[in-house]
Design a protein around this ligand. Structure first.
Ligand SMILES: Nc1ncnc2c1ncn2[C@@H]1O[C@H](COP(=O)(O)OS(=O)(=O)O)[C@@H](OP(=O)(O)O)[C@H]1O
Length: 437
């Protein structure tokens, strides 16, 4: 079976070599080469990536050829993929799954029958307590992903009679269903803002806490997962967000095994700013940790970036995405700009609603810019005096980072960003950003 045609990729189904496969092959190869080169040059283990700045004059990372219509200024073009390298599997024929059995329930499309007027029926959905500050464990969170959901909240959410943590006052009608759409990342990308905005749509119901099913709670089984969900009526979409899925190796296979037509949404943000945001969150819980500048490098003099630090690693989006593309076609993944979610929330929400097959009900009428918060907030519900801004843990003031470190990180991420633009067919323009906040 040939993979589905990818947007922005010429050839379509009629081509001899499916373009999606060719692209995956090239991306995979170039990523491997990039890692190999960095590891060889760094020589201090797989986590030690030398910034490209420090690599000038040495083997440069290779890149997939730019996709037509996705011109990225200054992006290097790659030669054809080298022979003898293993091509990633096509999204249409994923590796066999050993995960939980796939349920028969097909994703339910929104009926689009909702009334415009329903948009006015804003429901106040307070953040889960754990959402305010998310804890990190271990020495500066070298591996585990922090959660904004506590175990206690989850067990409450999963208990019989629970409304699924949606926090809304919608009558408790309907059935609990497995999600048809997931916000899978990225951590500190703006996932909470997106979830709260899409929850304003009457055809969407979402669990407020992060279930972490496909990374931490998978052994609890699909019935546990279903029970965590809010009840939905026929035609409503069930959603959840757990940002750590995007960087969890097993997540694509497990989600595919649940339902291969699950729609996936990734909120991405300039990886340098994202790393600082991530660090800021850790710092808020553990003020004694070393500075960002110290943690970012294996060896600062040599310019060796410490890519084993999750704050850095999460931002290598191209690497993580490659894993997802082995199971899901690009057309099933929506990339939302975390930056535009702040500057033009209604514009990004239009894309999200289109992607989910929903009527565009969440529009500019729903947002206003709150000067005190410094971010867009949802307008207050008619029956409430309180506007809906996100909590204190969203929009923290970042510490001032040494400009030289910012510069080195930008150089480090640039080839990966370019690769990510080419893989997605979208230029997020992170290279053009002047400041990091
Ligand atoms: N409307 C609105 N209000 C407040 N904050 C907003 C909003 N839109 C996007 N953002 C940005 O979201 C960042 C937090 O991202 P996440 O919600 O994905 O964080 S988490 O992974 O769930 O902890 C958060 O990062 P920091 O600014 O670093 O705190 C915000 O920049």
């Amino acid at each position: 079976m040939s993979p589905p045609a990818q947007p922005g990729v010429p050839g379509g189904r009629g081509s001899k070599v499916p373009p999606a496969r060719k692209l995956l092959c090239m991306c995979s190869l170039s990523l491997c080469l990039t890692y190999l080169c960095y590891s060889l040059m760094g020589g201090t283990g797989p986590g030690a990536l030398r910034s490209p700045a420090a690599l000038s004059g040495t083997a440069a990372p290779r890149f997939p050829a730019a996709l037509p219509g996705t011109a990225v200024p200054g992006a290097p073009r790659s030669p054809a993929a080298l022979p003898g390298t293993a091509a990633p599997r096509s999204p249409a024929s994923p590796p066999s799954s050993t995960g939980a059995p796939a349920p028969s329930a097909a994703p339910t499309r929104a009926s689009n029958s909702s009334r415009e007027g329903a948009a006015g029926a804003w429901l106040r959905t307070p953040l889960a307590p754990g959402e305010v500050i998310t804890a990190q464990s271990g020495a500066f969170e070298r591996d585990p992903q922090e959660s904004s959901t506590t175990d206690e909240e989850l067990s409450r959410a999963g208990s019989p009679g629970n409304r699924g943590g949606s926090g809304s006052t919608t009558p408790d009608y309907g059935e609990k269903r497995l999600p048809q759409a997931l916000i899978i990342g990225v951590k500190k990308g703006g996932t909470r803002a997106l979830l709260e905005a899409i929850r304003a749509h009457p055809d969407v119901r979402a669990v407020g806490t992060e279930p972490h099913f496909f990374d931490r709670n998978y052994e609890k089984g699909l019935e546990w997962y279903r029970n965590v969900m809010p009840k939905t009526l026929e035609g409503q979409i069930t959603m959840e967000k757990t940002p750590s899925y995007f960087v969890t190796n097993e997540a694509p296979r497990r989600i595919h095994s649940m339902a291969k037509d699950t729609k996936l949404i990734v909120v991405v943000r300039n990886p340098v700013t994202r790393a600082i945001s991530d660090y800021t969150q850790t710092l808020s819980k553990k003020p004694e940790i070393p500075t960002f500048e110290v943690l970012a490098f294996k060896n600062r003099t040599l310019g060796l970036i410490d890519a084993s630090w999750s704050a850095i690693r999460i931002g290598i989006y191209a690497l993580h995405l490659e894993n997802w593309l082995q199971y899901f076609p690009l057309s099933q993944i929506l990339f939302v700009s975390g930056e535009r979610l702040i500057t033009d929330p209604a514009g990004e929400m239009a894309k999200v609603q289109d992607f989910l097959g929903l009527k565009r009900i969440v529009t500019e009428k729903h947002f206003y810019f709150n000067k005190t918060k410094g971010f867009p907030c949802l307008k207050k519900p008619e029956d409430s005096s309180a506007p809906r801004c996100l909590g204190k843990s969203k929009g923290r003031t970042h510490p001032k980072i040494d400009p030289d470190v910012i510069h080195r990180l930008r150089k480090f991420y640039k080839p990966f960003n370019v690769m990510f633009y080419q893989m997605t067919g979208q230029d997020f323009q992170w290279e053009q950003e002047e400041s990091d906040k």
